[in-house]
Design a protein around this ligand. Structure first.
Ligand code: CU
Length: 457
């Protein structure tokens, strides 16, 4: 399931990083900064939809403003931009280390169209704890299932990033998108790592699967077709403090979930299994409360279970990575802000206003605690994302704040009609301008975005 050249890339209407959809998977390590030169080799005229101007954002990274991919930092064909990725934990605190990041286009007004065309990929980070080596002799290493597909050999790959994106094609197999629909777009095909109706051969052992919902507008609720349990080890970029056993995982656009599934527990007679989507979402408004019946849920990915027992040196430790503590003093001194994500006269607004990149909607002081209350009052779902830092859910009327998966540390906060979520955040290392926006990227492109600046104390 590694990224590989897409069979339809020769046709029009796909854009790609280095010729593959999704783009190449970065394997990065804390303490080793990376400089990436993104050269824009797109044609001057793009067929169908999308823009030939691009700007890449590394989602969930602690990155300097000038390398973060602010929506107005786009550039055209023949030009390039260098991005510096520090791979430094926020505040120098190891509990801030993250693992599952992704990069995607963030061009002002065209993010949904450019990412729909394929401009997205994974960026995985490893560190002294999550070393990416299931045979690590260091007793502190987690030794989670390891081996990210990188090149031809996929035999020893047990750490598999999977981006799920729904898309629509015409009768000639050409990617199509209704760019006039401001509410969002839903595809009728679920693609996994760029492929329709994919399968993945697995051995009878543990695998680490990193699911990412690539958007633009569809919510998912993943479950295995045999209702087998799995261990959730991470939500968005960060590891959980301890693994959580789960049967299904609801996910919004841009959310990630990191899980370990043990195929050795299956009966010998099981040869195939599906990852299905139980979310019922007939329109871009958002998912209904009730899940689809299991036997009517669309199949997203087929697993083909290889026969025979194999050795499995990997493990899932009972503790993973502690969260950074939040003190009473920090909570008491936090600056409080309110962000209302609403539909106003048919337009997508934050606090009643449309995005203006020259207007600073909030100035936060570097290192000072903030509590942001985010809400929506209509019948629409908005997965809210802010750049630079993760936040910690303090209160929510939708999810249990003690739910370690949905209620913990995150960088995407799904709001459904009437929701209000209170999030603690501190902006540590960088100063400059950053956006917060709805990650239904069609809403984002229609101006459901704000700019906040981080200022030196
Ligand atoms: Cu939205």
């Amino acid at each position: 399931m590694a990224a590989r050249p897409h069979p339809q890339l020769g046709l029009s209407n796909w854009s790609s990083y280095n010729g593959s959809v999704p783009g190449p998977t970065f394997i990065a390590k804390y303490g080793e900064p990376v400089l990436v030169r993104f050269k824009n080799e797109l044609p001057a005229v793009i067929q169908g939809f999308g823009s030939s101007e691009i700007i890449t954002h590394l989602h969930n990274a602690s990155t300097a403003s000038e390398s973060d991919g602010f929506p107005t930092d786009f550039y055209g064909p023949g030009e390039f931009k260098d991005h510096h990725y520090a791979n430094h934990p926020a505040g120098g605190n190891e509990t801030e280390c993250k693992g599952t990041l992704w990069y995607h286009d963030h061009c002002m007004d065209f993010t949904s169209q450019n990412t729909y065309r394929g401009l997205a990929g994974f960026y995985l980070l490893f560190d002294e704890l999550d070393t990416g080596n299931e045979n690590d002799p260091n007793p502190d290493a987690l030794r989670l299932p390891s081996g990210v597909p990188n090149g031809a050999n996929t035999q020893d790959c047990h750490d598999i990033p999977l981006v799920i994106m729904d898309r629509r094609f015409n009768s000639n197999g050409i990617l199509t998108m209704d760019v006039l629909d401001m509410d969002g777009v839903l595809g009728d095909k679920d693609l996994v790592n760029g492929l329709v109706q994919p399968y993945f051969e697995v051995k009878r052992r543990k695998y680490r699967l990193r699911l990412l919902v690539g958007g633009p507008s569809r919510f998912y609720n993943f479950q295995f077709s045999n209702s087998m349990t799995y261990q959730v080890i991470g939500n968005d970029g960060n590891l959980l403090e301890a693994p959580v056993t789960a049967v299904n995982s609801p996910m919004a656009p841009a959310e990630r979930i990191d899980l370990v599934v043990d195929f050795s527990t299956l009966p010998a007679s099981t040869t195939t299994l599906y990852l299905v989507n139980r979310a019922d979402q007939p329109d871009p408004r958002g998912p209904r409360d009730k899940m689809l019946p299991l036997n009517q849920s669309p199949r997203v990915l087929q697993f083909r279970i290889l026969p025979g027992a194999v050795a499995d040196p990997s493990r899932v430790p009972s503790t993973l990575r502690p969260y950074p503590p939040i003190s009473e003093a920090e909570l008491a001194s936090a600056v409080r802000r309110t962000w209302r994500f609403n539909r106003s006269n048919g337009l997508w607004t934050v606090n009643g206003r449309l995005f203006d990149p020259s207007r600073v909607d909030a100035t936060v002081v570097q290192g000072r605690p903030e509590v942001w209350t985010m809400s929506t009052s209509g019948g629409w779902s908005h997965p809210v994302h802010f750049h630079l830092e993760e936040g910690r859910i303090l209160t929510s009327n939708d999810v249990d704040e003690d739910d370690p998966v949905r209620g913990g540390r995150k960088d995407v906060f799904p709001l459904h009609g009437g929701d209000e979520v209170e999030v603690f955040v501190k902006f540590h290392d960088w100063i400059g301008k950053y956006p917060m926006h709805c990650h239904n990227t069609v809403h984002e492109d229609h101006a459901m975005m704000v700019r906040f600046d981080v200022a030196a104390p």
